[in-house]
Ligand binder design. Structure first.
Ligand code: NAD
Length: 324
């Protein structure tokens, strides 16, 4: 029997979808061993802990760990043994370890492959993955229409787009009929070190588009252990974040909790999607949300960390065919 949802983890509406997402979302890229090896046991128990603590939103992609993340998440969700409508799943299409392919043919095949790996009949959200690496006109004219057919076929419920440069969202949303794209997933743009997503929120709200903000820990920059080898940030940004983490530690504070609470505090963001690979991380991140709801932000430490990060504030890195 499943435990009842955690009573204090807030649910937030996702644009016009009618979905209500837990404010902390479970990012499953670590289940693809993207941030270091993760056992099947740890993957399954992390998903179970997340669900038991009130997380109802799980995000993956065929790209993460070359399909491993989808397989692990599928096992974890199956092991929950709860009705399918008790959790919300998003996966992606167009980005694979073999490269990018946003053609109608590939994304149509991709969803069937994803559903098989996830052991599901449908996903709630299918997102075009990192569209700055494709032709945005192809996304508008070919990929999204293909996803609309998948929606009609009942394989997906809602359509999303993801990317790092914020300009890709306005480019697409300005060119598709209203209600076609339901969700955007932005990453590394609403963290203590980079909050540029804030400027786009009124526009997204006016379009009725739901906002998922991923990577509140800046893909590991805002953790005591630091980022993985492949992290694309400059040496300057990495060392500023390392200094901020050391400052927090010396003060008896945790940089990851501070960063989670910073992102969670903006309620125009439906879900803060954080990558997790252990029961401990799940507990910490859910606790960060419930503590924020009860006590508010640690404004003193936040201001101190913002001062340390001010020389690199909003510094990002190139992503995509236009920027690289
Ligand atoms: P993140 O900022 O969430 O950081 C994840 C890292 O932080 C992992 O190493 C994780 O183990 C660690 N971590 C998590 N909780 C911690 C805690 N309490 N203390 C210390 N360390 C902790 O970065 P992410 O995983 O890349 O992003 C979150 C999710 O968002 C991804 O898993 C993925 O689902 C999604 N995402 C999507 C896109 C995209 O669509 N383009 C891009 C990035 C992320």
């Amino acid at each position: 029997m499943a435990s009842p949802p955690h009573p204090n983890l807030e649910l937030r509406p996702l644009g016009n979808t009618g979905l209500k997402l837990s404010c902390v979302g479970f990012g499953a890229s670590p289940l693809g061993s993207v941030f270091g090896p993760v056992s099947e046991h740890d993957a399954i128990s992390s998903v179970r802990e997340a669900f038991d603590l009130g997380i109802n939103f799980f995000d993956t992609s065929p790209y993460y760990g070359g399909t491993l993340s989808e397989k692990m998440l599928g096992k974890g969700l199956k092991a929950l043994g709860v009705p399918r409508n008790e959790y919300i799943v998003s996966t992606k299409c167009g980005r694979y370890v073999e490269g990018f392919d946003f053609s109608a043919e590939r994304v149509t095949k991709s969803i069937d492959e994803s559903l098989a790996r996830l052991q599901l009949d449908y996903v709630d959200i299918l997102q075009c993955h990192d569209i700055e690496f494709g032709s945005l006109d192809q996304i508008v004219n070919e990929t999204i229409p293909a996803l609309q057919k998948l929606r009609e076929a009942g394989k997906i419920r809602f359509i999303g787009i993801t990317g790092l440069p914020l300009s890709v969202f306005t480019y697409v949303l300005d060119r598709v009929p209203p209600g076609t794209v339901d969700v955007i997933l932005s990453y590394c743009r609403y963290s203590v070190n980079d909050s540029t997503l804030v400027d786009l929120l009124p526009y997204l709200k006016s379009k009725g588009v739901g906002v998922i903000s991923a990577s509140p820990l800046a893909m590991g920059l805002l953790t005591e252990n630091g980022p993985p080898e492949w992290h694309p940030a400059s040496a300057e940004l990495k060392s500023a974040c390392q200094a901020a983490a050391a400052f927090c530690k010396a003060k008896g504070k945790n940089i990851s909790k501070l960063a989670m609470q910073y992102s969670l505090a903006n309620k125009d963001i439906s879900s803060v999607l954080v990558g997790m690979n252990s029961v401990r991380q799940v507990k910490e991140n859910v606790y960060a949300a419930t503590e924020l709801a009860t006590f508010g932000k640690d404004q003193e430490t936040l201001s101190e960390v913002e001062a340390i990060l001010s020389p690199v504030k909003n510094q990002t890195w190139p992503s995509g065919i236009q920027e690289s």
